[in-house]
Design a protein around this ligand. Structure first.
Ligand code: PEP
Ligand code: MN
Length: 374
């Protein structure tokens, strides 16, 4: 059960203490409080875990300071959608809003290599009105002999250049909890010129200790990739690990799954699951068109498969796009063959705008249909 308190009713309020006292009386029920900070207000949610079936929901809902109480019907207690659950999961981070009705593009380097390439990327983003990017500093690689990323060494120049070009959020993968501290220190030392969204890669979707430690910090939002070889339910539970530890500012990223069907692409593209994840949870959904397709191959219409799948995901309501670009892909240390070129950035953004408009038109058409067929 979730007990949602009135807006801005904090944990030092007398009513909060009385509610907790009341809930403590029920045997076998554990209590966990979550603070959800929104743009205008902060919300306290109390999660009741254990045998909550016998609890008198009507009495709890009437306690002074309680806005409403919700019985949880699904497994994803924090992130799931429950009956009569009107909670929005929109969140704002460093001036950028993330939600199930917004769209943000994170174009950038798969792996940071040189300050010159980082600067060329950031400049192109600014010239095209972009305020978010991706920059890989810690790279999980299949081979131990492959380039592992510049790690903490590149963080100061990445963050300074992001600030110089007005980038507000950098998506950056972490593979160990110590990376979060390194990012925090580098941001602090450079005067917090930008923000970071911590990315958990597909190889770490079920690294439960990493999930717990990233979930315990609430400073940075998290981009969680779907695991490439596990069920969707298992990946959504991984997101719930983050949320159950306290951080529910999570974007869930589809990035294709491994199959043995002789894939023409690096992974089997799974963007048909955009509406599925939005239906099951309140998380905004990202599509990674680069790591799912993995090549610059084009259709007979000359449109790159990467652009085709991006459009497919957006037409289905995706909320974020993660995409590899590189100023000189032949020199890229990681994933050069799937990178888009800087000259393709304005074209790519225009293509996205067409797909987004198509999604908004489809929404309108659907509302019209429902109105006429009530
Ligand atoms: C990445 O985004 O750089 C990456 C390694 O992706 P994934 O974890 O989806 O393979
Ligand atoms: Mn990559």
């Amino acid at each position: 059960m979730i007990v949602i308190l009135e807006p801005n009713l904090g944990q030092d309020d007398q009513r909060y203490k009385a509610i907790i006292e009341h809930l403590n009386v029920y045997p076998g029920v554990q209590i966990r409080s979550h603070q959800v900070k929104g743009q205008q207000q902060s919300l306290t949610e109390i999660y009741l875990i254990g045998d909550t079936k016998p609890l008198p929901i009507d009495i709890i809902a009437e306690l002074p300071g309680v806005e409403r109480a919700i019985r949880i019907s699904a497994e994803y207690r924090v992130l799931g959608r429950h009956t009569n659950d009107r909670r929005s999961a929109n969140f704002e981070y460093n001036g950028v809003t993330f939600g199930q009705d917004t769209l943000n593009v994170f174009a950038g380097l798969c792996a940071v290599d040189t300050p010159e390439h980082v600067e060329a990327m950031m400049r192109a983003l600014k010239e095209n009105g972009q305020t978010c990017t991706r920059m890989g500093a810690y790279k999980p690689r299949t081979s131990p002999y492959a380039f592992q990323g510049h790690g903490a060494n590149c963080l100061p120049y990445v963050f300074e250049l992001a600030g110089k070009y007005g980038i507000k959020v950098v998506a950056m993968e972490v593979t160990h909890e110590s990376h979060v501290d390194e990012i925090h220190q580098a941001l602090h030392q450079t005067g917090n010129p930008t923000g970071v969204m911590l990315q958990i890669g597909t190889r770490n979707t079920q690294n439960f200790e990493l999930l717990k430690s990233v979930g315990r910090q609430i400073e940075y939002p998290v981009l969680l990739k779907r695991g490439f070889g596990i069920t969707l339910e298992e990946s959504l539970n991984a997101a719930e690990y983050l949320a159950s530890e306290g951080n529910s500012r999570i974007v869930f990223c589809l990035r294709g799954v491994k199959t043995h069907l002789g894939d023409p692409h690096r992974n089997l593209v799974d963007f048909a699951h955009v509406p599925v994840v939005k239906r099951l949870t309140r998380m905004p959904v990202c599509i990674d068109c680069s790591h799912s397709v993995g090549t610059r191959i084009a259709g007979t219409d000359n449109i790159l498969d990467i652009l085709h799948v991006t459009a497919q995901g957006i037409v289905a309501g995706a909320n974020m796009v993660l995409v590899d670009f590189h100023p000189a892909p032949e020199k890229a240390m990681v994933d050069g063959p799937q990178a888009l070129l800087l000259k393709e950035l304005p074209y790519f953004l225009s293509d996205i705008a067409i797909a987004r408009q198509a999604y908004l038109d489809r929404l309108k058409l659907n509302q019209q249909f429902l109105k006429e067929n009530k």
